[in-house]
Design a binder for this molecule. Structure first.
Ligand code: ADP
Ligand code: 5GP
Length: 199
């Protein structure tokens, strides 16, 4: 049951918000978002993206991603089902956000969290001009490389690919409404909380 202040005058749930989080792989998005979900009362829901990449060990279809064949992804893209979709890494898998999921969440009054790349974020910001767009930056490229190594989920070649991608993403991230440097985790978390509490 939603409280009164989450309802409009006619009793309908207040329309939700779109919250976009981007930043280089390994910068700490997952860590910060996990905390946001666990420690706040915001009506947050994750948008489950579709991708053509294979699941990593432990990833669950429909929870972490919807794992689609390339054919199915392209068919659904052709049918206009995606709010945005991109090849995040050149020559790699396709990733995309399903429009119907986001719209359903907004209708319910939820705050939909999209953890997507810079190209996807630009596209979402064009469709939802009120979207909150937050770019998480590493304190340095070297720190980012260390975090990727520490996480242990990618090999060295994959790490270097992600570091190169990070430099390109940083260069293209000027349009985000908010920027947060994830150096000290608590400081970064508090900054995000303050942004989300503003309205
Ligand atoms: P992303 O979701 O952006 O790819 P993760 O949340 O998986 O990144 O974080 C990558 C690694 O960096 C993890 O091992 C995480 O524990 C670590 N990490 C996250 N934030 C910080 C921080 N502020 N300082 C040091 N290490 C961090
Ligand atoms: P990973 O393969 O490590 O899960 O994700 C790689 C990259 O794809 C990350 O930068 C992530 O933000 C991005 N990504 C995940 N889902 C989507 C999506 O639906 N759309 C876009 N544009 N990027 C996504």
């Amino acid at each position: 049951m939603k409280s009164e202040n989450e309802r409009t005058n006619d009793g309908a749930p207040r329309r939700g918000r779109v919250l976009v989080f981007s930043g280089p792989s390994g910068v700490g998005k997952g860590t910060l978002l996990k905390r946001l979900f666990a420690e706040t009362d915001f009506p947050l829901v994750s948008s489950v993206s579709a991708t053509t990449r294979s699941p990593r060990p432990g990833e669950i279809d429909g929870v972490d991603y919807r794992f689609l064949s390339r054919d199915e992804f392209l068919r659904r893209r052709e049918a206009g089902e995606f709010l945005e979709s991109f090849e995040v890494y050149a020559g790699g898998a396709l990733y995309g956000t399903l429009r119907a999921d986001v719209e359903a969440a907004l209708e319910r009054g939820d705050w939909v969290v999209l953890e997507i790349d810079v190209k996807g974020a630009a596209s979402v910001a064009a469709t939802y001009p009120d979207a909150e767009t937050i770019f998480i930056e590493p304190p340095s490229i070297e720190a980012l490389r260390e975090r990727l190594k520490g996480r242990g989920s990618e090999d060295d070649a994959e790490i270097e690919k992600r570091v190169a991608q990070a430099e390109a993403e940083l260069a293209a991230s000027g349009f985000y409404r908010r920027r947060v440097v994830n150096d000290d985790l608590d400081e970064a978390y508090k900054k995000i909380l303050a942004f989300l509490s503003e309205k």
